[in-house]
Design a protein. Structure first.
Lengths: 807, 190
């Protein structure tokens, strides 16, 4: 830092004038355009503006050189006598005062509002409104007792005196755990909710405005003032100018920085930032060496790091939370990450709709219940395909095929569970086998039509289903079996709306006929869990899986393959809901048992490892990607050795590795792995095998991420073409390729084309998760604000049922 | 002393034109005036303190009455008087911090927003030096600091005095603070 020469000062002066005339939030943009004209000059102005921040922060030259302070002591303000000064803030000084009418002792804080900063407008406002101020009464809000104007014209407020510490200091000093901090924070939320119910937005929530008394009682300061100080429409501009930084940059919401509308969502953001700070000890947008302009820019533009990732490097913070960095990170990972990210959304409309909704999720977290928000990572972190379902479904298929084997031994008898899983993944093959089965059982008139054509399979199934409904199976037990088999087949070709009622019926019948503990009942129940997962009924799926698991543990033993399968799927399901830490723990437990009882190189252990790695990556904690990559590489090496390089499992492992590398943004390596895998799959499985198409999709995504749009588009188009032929135009797989093409168009700024493709995808079977998450999709960022896109998002929500919204 | 008093208007004119000798003379003259006035006020009002703002107003009225119609307008006068007031205040702080002498008058700045701490005279001296430097770059900025910080005038009053809008005064105040802060930071031993 150096003094400017008079020449420099003269040169920079007019620009500094101009910058100072702008609202703080306009300055970043202004500076940007200046720097394009004259970078050196812009950086000089920037440096001076940073200096100004410091000036503001320090209150440089704001206090006169001579004291008068002590002279105020003993003076009366309203019915209170000033005792001593207890603070000096941006708004003015704060004094401790005592009620002097002698009737009862009451301490209060008297806040003098500096007119130098607020201007005459504020004085007027105090005169007008001070006496008729609506009072906000809440146990966690410091009460506004009175307001008025001193004889020298200085407005003052008399507030409930809170003898305590700022919440962050209190938490650190008491070394409160994460849970204790959240409990305290919930009190803050209840206070803000009360204010919001009274149509009062605080606009400046920050730790120093939240005091904790010695008895642990939380008190929010300055809430009553918020209303008094809030600009009404007529004076808004003037007040903003006169008030200077009316907000505190560190805890400002993006819309405060950009000059957008201030609503209750603004408070939600500030609360999110505060919780983030309380939990991690770091600010979501602030780094240590950063100018205010950079901070403001970060608030508007940069996604905050995940709290859990941040915690890993915060030894001090962990200690103050009675924890270690690893433990703290684990605690924050999953639900808390998700909750924080929801509260800290850049777009106010994407945040929690209310403070109460925010509080509800934290309460659920404390009670270990499922939170309302889904993690938003996968929409852009993972490939938009059925990847997520893949492992979970694959696990389920073990159960499915095992049951099917019992039923129709002639087809599946000879296969190991492993082979059966491969079979299941390859839907077309499975469809063919099942077609044979169905053909035999139901004696469809023309079997020649039933070769590997899913449309025909569908026809046969529908016929079988209607026969069954018409009473084709008289024996209830056989009927239950058939319902189960038909349900699983419907599910395997993706007609879940038919599969679900059949499986529900099957489970019901079997429970009644065979009892809850019968292995067949358990298998049906286990598969129903998969279906519930597929229709995004996570609560239902989790409850069912837990019930099934409890019985399986008791009846089959905790180490039985079926039990392990359910356990692992439960883990995946829990991760799927964003409770990654819990889900991972369960999956690890299942994996440990599988390794111990079946061997570390057993097919189930290998499958579970793949699933676990998937969870680790989907969690989105980038610091763990290397670990996941290593595990997947090791797993893949074992699969290569045991199954050979051409085995479908090995190929699936390669696809998985390519996907992990994609998430790690190691595009060249990912591309290499995927291209190698793709070549093999084309050779072994054929160019139009679902797995091949899957891989092609990943590869296209890698190209897209590298902005190689033309190559990506060609691959997506080829994929879609093949999918249309194999699955039909109305299938989720086809629709997701259409969706990907839409993303590609959006990335290139072709909004009309993008919207057409997206609409087509939504209309033709796009999976509901992707459809419902469209507005958060980073690839579609260029469409945000486009009314047609807004309409499409709304349309997708209606189409996919608003019940999904909460999940 | 009587002669220089009579020449006050002329001195201000010369100082306006950049005559350094006249500036120095003007300073000495005003310093004496203000100091005398402060003592008088103290004697008249007993133990009550005087605010810098009051003092400087009094000085103006007093001197204008004696100098007659030729006396410069309040705005021009205040610019110089405020600079003098700065010196007076620094000396006052220095004396008071050194030894509590009897008969010293109490100077205060107007405002309820005061922290219960006095800046050290070293700090004030450094601010003062930086202000003098600033005066050479842009005297309108340094004058505003004298009026606002040392004399305790409000933005509105300064705006009236200097014939500027309040907003402009505020902006100049911001600029001056940036400049001073920067140069004080640069002065600090690293």
């Amino acid at each position: 830092m150096s003094t400017l020469t008079p020449e420099q000062w003269e040169q920079v002066g007019p620009y500094l004038d101009e910058a100072l005339e702008l609202f703080p939030e306009q300055r970043a943009q202004w500076l940007l355009s200046l720097s394009q004209k004259d970078a050196k000059l812009a950086s000089m102005v920037q440096a001076l503006l940073d200096e100004q921040e410091q000036v503001e922060r320090e209150g440089f030259l704001e206090r006169p050189p001579l004291q008068t302070g002590s002279r105020l002591a003993g003076q009366k303000v309203g019915s209170y006598t000033l005792i001593s000064q207890i603070g000096q803030g941006g708004m003015g000084s704060v004094w401790l005062a005592q009620r002097s009418d002698g009737r009862f002792e009451r301490k209060a804080a008297v806040k003098f509002v500096s007119t130098a900063r607020t201007g005459r407008v504020m004085e007027e406002r105090f005169k007008r409104e001070g006496n008729v101020l609506g009072r906000l009464i809440h146990p966690h809000i410091a009460e506004l007792l009175d307001a008025g104007i001193c004889s020298d014209g200085t407005p003052y407020l008399i507030l409930e005196y809170v003898d305590g510490e700022a919440i962050d200091q209190y938490c650190d000093e008491q070394k409160l755990s994460v849970e204790a901090r959240i409990k305290l924070f919930l009190d803050v939320l209840s206070a803000v909710a009360e204010a919001h119910a009274n149509l009062i937005v605080h606009r400046d929530i920050k730790p120093s405005n939240v005091m904790v008394r010695k008895d642990g009682q939380v008190k929010l300061l300055d809430f009553g003032i918020a209303k008094l100080l809030a600009p009404d429409e007529a004076t808004a501009t003037q007040l903003t100018v006169e008030g200077g930084g009316a907000f505190t940059p560190r805890f400002a919401a993006p819309e405060q920085v950009t000059g957008g509308n201030i609503t209750t969502a603004t408070d939600v953001y500030a609360l999110g930032a505060m919780l983030y700070f309380l939990l991690t000890g770091s600010h979501p947008a602030q780094t240590s060496r950063q100018s205010t302009a950079e901070l403001l820019q970060a608030i508007v533009e940069r996604e905050p790091p995940r709290a859990s990732a941040l915690a890993l490097t915060a030894k001090d913070a962990a200690e103050k939370r009675h924890s270690t960095p690893e433990k703290l990170s684990r605690q924050l990972r999953g639900d808390l990450d998700t909750i924080l990210s929801k509260a800290l959304k850049k777009n106010p409309q994407e945040r929690y709709a209310s403070v109460s909704a925010f509080a509800d999720d934290l309460t659920r977290y404390l009670k270990h219940e499922a939170i309302s928000v889904r993690p938003d990572t996968f929409a852009y972190r993972t490939v938009k395909f059925v990847r997520r379902n893949r492992v979970v479904v694959a696990l389920a298929t073990v159960a499915f095929v095992a049951t099917a084997a019992g039923l129709i031994g002639t087809i599946l008898q000879a296969r190991t569970a492993r082979q059966q899983r491969d079979l299941a993944i390859r839907e077309r093959d499975r469809a063919t086998d099942v077609t044979d089965f169905v053909t035999r059982i139901f004696k469809v008139s023309d079997p020649s039509q039933a070769r590997g054509n899913s449309v025909t399979v569908r026809e046969i199934l529908d016929k079988a289903a209607s026969d069954l409904q018409a009473g084709a199976a008289k024996d209830p037990e056989t009927r239950a079996h058939m319902l189960f088999v038909l349900g699983t087949v419907y599910d395997s070709i993706g007609i879940i709306d038919k599969a679900k009622p059949m499986l529900e019926q099957a489970v019901q019948l079997q429970q009644h006929l065979l009892g809850q503990e019968n292995p067949e009942t358990l298998r049906s129940a286990s598969f129903l869990g998969v279906v519930l997962l597929e229709v995004a009924d996570y609560e239902g799926a989790e409850k069912l899986d837990r019930d099934t698991l409890a019985i399986q543990r008791r009846v089959l033993g905790p180490e039985h393959v079926d039990t392990l399968t359910t356990l692992a799927r439960l883990g995946a399901l829990i991760s799927y809901q964003g409770r990654f830490a819990e889900g991972e723990k369960i999956q690890r437990e299942a994996l440990d048992i599988a390794r111990r009882t079946l061997g570390p190189e057993s097919p189930l252990a290998l499958t579970l490892t793949t699933s676990l790695v998937g969870t680790m990556v989907e969690e989105g904690d980038e610091s763990r990607y290397p670990e996941a990559e290593k595990m997947q590489k090791e797993n893949l090496a074992v699969e290569r050795r045991i199954f050979g390089p051409d085995h479908p499992d090995t190929l699936a492992g390669m696809a998985h590795l390519g996907w992990i590398l994609l998430n790690e943004r190691k595009y060249p390596e990912s591309e290499q792995v995927l291209r190698e895998g793709l070549a093999t799959e084309i050779r072994v499985l054929g160019a139009e095998h679902p797995d091949t198409l899957d891989l092609r999709n990943y590869l296209a995504t890698v190209l897209m991420r590298q902005a190689r749009y033309r190559e990506a588009e060609q691959l997506f188009r080829e994929t879609r073409f093949a999918q249309q032929r194999i699955f039909g135009p109305e299938k989720p797989q086809t629709a997701s390729s259409t969706y990907n093409l839409g993303c590609l168009a959006a990335l290139q700024g072709k909004s009309v084309q993008a919207l057409t493709l997206l609409r087509e995808a939504v209309d033709h079977g796009l999976n509901s998760q992707t459809a419902l998450d469209m507005e958060n999709d980073e690839d579609l960022k260029s469409l945000r604000g486009n009314p047609s896109f807004t309409a499409l998002v709304a349309y997708a929500k209606i189409r996919n049922g608003s019940s999904h919204e909460k999940q | 002393m009587e002669t220089s008093k009579a020449n006050l208007s002329a001195l201000i004119d010369l100082a306006d034109q950049g005559d350094e000798v006249s500036s120095d003379k003007l300073f000495v003259l005003l310093y004496g005036e203000l100091h005398r006035l402060a003592k008088c006020q103290l004697a008249r009002q007993g133990e009550v303190s005087i605010s810098a703002t009051t003092l400087i107003h009094e000085a103006y009225l007093d001197m204008a009455a004696r100098d007659g119609a030729s006396f410069p307008d309040q705005g021009r006068f205040m610019g110089y008087a405020a600079r003098v007031m700065r010196g007076l205040i620094i000396d006052h702080v220095r004396n008071r911090l050194a030894v509590k002498r009897g008969g010293q008058f109490e100077l205060t700045s107007f405002t309820t927003n005061v922290e219960d701490a006095i800046k050290s005279d070293e700090e004030l001296t450094r601010i003062s030096q930086a202000l003098d430097e600033l005066a050479r770059v842009d005297s309108s900025l340094s004058q505003i600091v004298d009026l606002k910080f040392f004399c305790g005038f409000s933005f509105g009053e300064i705006a009236n005095m200097r014939g500027l809008s309040e907003r402009t005064v505020q902006r100049k105040w911001e600029k001056a603070r940036i400049y001073l802060h920067r140069s004080l930071q640069a002065d600090l031993p690293q």
